[in-house]
Design a protein around this ligand. Structure first.
Ligand SMILES: C[S@@+](CC[C@H](N)C(=O)[O-])C[C@H]1O[C@@H](n2cnc3c(N)ncnc32)[C@H](O)[C@@H]1O
Length: 210
């Protein structure tokens, strides 16, 4: 299934149960680690509540998503927040349309676990490229312990198509393998209710050090 059409449908139908309209705990934890006036990219911003929160902490945020439906709605909804811009960006080719060494932070909550191993590796290399030395990458992904793991058709190792919804589940080792050139500040898996469903996810905060 075309993933852009799938996500546009999800956003158009306004299935809020899957997304939060209020800033996530992860955003609230991560935002203070960004310096004053930090330049931040959010990847896969969905309903935009985390981007709005991070911008309100004094950061300049470019919040991106594959779904032009989500981006158009967010532009309207958050037009009053200074320093916050929204842009359609499709990460599925493994590259980001942003300048090298240009950003203090890249934030991605539940949006980096959709790609093949090859694309995921390219994407993490490109995230590393756009970060300044000392910049932080903060991301959260579903793990191989998630109840959805193994459901549907297997596409490759740890990657499944479940009724058109493609997910690549991360192990801790896999997450570590993607973090060459970073000092890992926190890498933690947990299993808990997320939007009413038991989920397992990994949370990572890492600082680019080379
Ligand atoms: C589970 S939602 C998470 C949204 C938000 N970060 C949150 O935590 O509520 C995943 C988001 O990733 C976006 N997404 C999916 N595939 C993408 C791609 N190839 N490029 C950019 N964004 C994508 C979806 O449109 C969706 O908004």
């Amino acid at each position: 299934m075309d993933q852009q059409a799938l996500w546009n449908n999800i956003h158009m139908e306004g299935k809020h149960s899957a997304f939060s309209r209020t800033p996530s705990e992860f955003a609230q934890e991560v935002a203070p680690s960004f310096p004053d006036h930090a330049k931040i990219i959010e990847l896969g911003c969905g309903f935009g509540a985390d981007a709005a929160f991070i911008a309100q902490q004094g950061c300049a945020v470019i919040a991106t998503d594959l779904s032009e439906v989500a981006i158009a709605r967010n532009k309207q909804m958050y037009s009053a927040i200074p320093g916050l811009t929204f842009q359609v960006v499709d990460m599925s080719n493994g590259t980001l349309p942003f300048q090298t060494d240009g950003f203090d932070g890249v934030y991605a909550r539940l949006s980096l676990h959709y790609y093949s191993d090859k694309v995921t590796k390219q994407l993490f290399q490109d995230i590393h490229r756009v970060l300044k030395i000392g910049g932080r990458l903060a991301f959260m992904c579903k793990t191989t312990n998630d109840p959805l793991y193994g459901k549907g058709t297997q596409l490759e190792e740890d990657m499944f198509d479940n009724e058109g919804h493609i997910r690549h589940f991360f192990s801790e080792d896999y997450a570590r393998s993607l973090l060459v050139g970073y000092r890992i500040e926190r890498l933690e898996s947990q299993r808990k209710n997320l939007y009413g469903k038991l989920s397992s996810f990994i949370e990572v905060i890492a600082q680019k050090n080379q």
